[in-house]
Design a protein around this ligand. Sequence first.
Ligand code: UGA
Length: 447
Amino acid sequence: MFARRVVVVGTGYVGLTTGACLASLGHRVICADIDEAKVERLRQGQIGIREDGLAELVSEGVVAGRLSFVIGAAAALNELEREGAPVEVMFLCVPTPMGVGGIADLAAVEAVIEEVRGALPLSAVVVNKSTVPVGTAQRTTELLERDDIAVVSNPEFLREGSAVHDFLHPDRIVVGSSSQDAAERVAALYARLGAPMVFTDAASSEMIKYAANCFLAMKLSYVNAIAELCERLDADVSDVTEGIGYDKRIGQSFLSPGPGWGGSCLPKDTHALLQVADATDFEFPLLRATIDTNIRQHQRMVDKIRTAVTGKRTGSLTRSRLALFGLTFKAGTDDLRDSPALGVAALLRQAGAELVAYDPGIRGDEVTIDGSLLTVVDDPYLAAKGAEAIVILTEWPEFRTLDWSRLAGEMGRPAVIDTRNLLDPDVVRRAALTWIGVGRGMKPNLS
Ligand code: UGA
């Protein structure tokens, strides 16, 4: 006997994770997508995204008969009708890309509502899991034109790469609705997880999602700015973040400096919230500075590389051969969307550098920057051949265990610019390479 009957519309990393995890909690879940080829692949167990534990969970759900895939939201509703038990909760997990002026584009949400409006059974609950502008639950209610159906905002806080873990071990679950009954029905889906529940109205729930992502972005821009100051004052940002992180009000996580923050969420959500603030005539200089600091960070990394390679802050990088280690927006994913690594690479190329990249997550895929192809090889030692510097741009742990002496032997000049502070500087130095990090390494080695 299934606990609840659920339809999940959209099989991106949020939708697929939600569907597979809800099935693992005992619910009967049908996932719908408009991409026919994708649905066919999912039926064959090919999940098409790099997400720890997800393929296993999908196959368990399918084998147990709790999880299946169909083309289109209406077909999912029909399928449950045929099984004799109509849908109780329908999740919207469709893309909400950055539209004109930075505001989220809701066309996909609207299309699904149009499709299911007449087909949803009496008193079903519609849940919005996509990141949507504040007021979308209200707008969805209006579009539905159904007094019997409540709309609930239930934002996701899943990190790409560890989405399954984050779903099954949430810090909190946020449920926002004007209907207490609908909110309780949605909360009941997650009862087995034993997580703290935040019940609120829909607008506050939608705001929580933006406020969380923008806070994380602000924390990162802050730490990147502190790292720059550490360089100027001869302090070590690793010690500084450890020292502040023990303060429970600050916390140890999300304090690693880098080449800037990216991905499909933080850049989109910071721009969207700024746009919303503008629309209400609210000046939000803090958020604007968060974004500006991030854009500046790419140039700052290029200045660092320029200084290391030419010995001058204003030196020329024309025809300097550079090996880029890491292209994805973070480790553990193959996602290049809004990757800070590509932002830095674009500036390096504009400065005339010749780039060869290696990334453990990118195999055989074409990578372009500003419309032209980037050379990507599948061997780090080949990438380093004749390079004047290696630039670490993504924090892949496997970079730590490379043979740094062998890499040094391949290189033209002995510099490693580690924009993630990933490597042990002593290991790199023992290979007769100069290690240059972010916000540290300015002090003499005391050990
Ligand atoms: C982010 C949020 O962390 C999730 O909670 C949220 O659910 C998700 O967006 C979303 O809205 O769907 P994600 O985009 O997977 O998750 O990426 P993060 O792990 O947050 O990393 C974002 C960027 O910050 C990456 O470029 C990463 O390398 C960088 N970062 C992260 C740092 O530079 N330093 C850190 O200490 C942490």
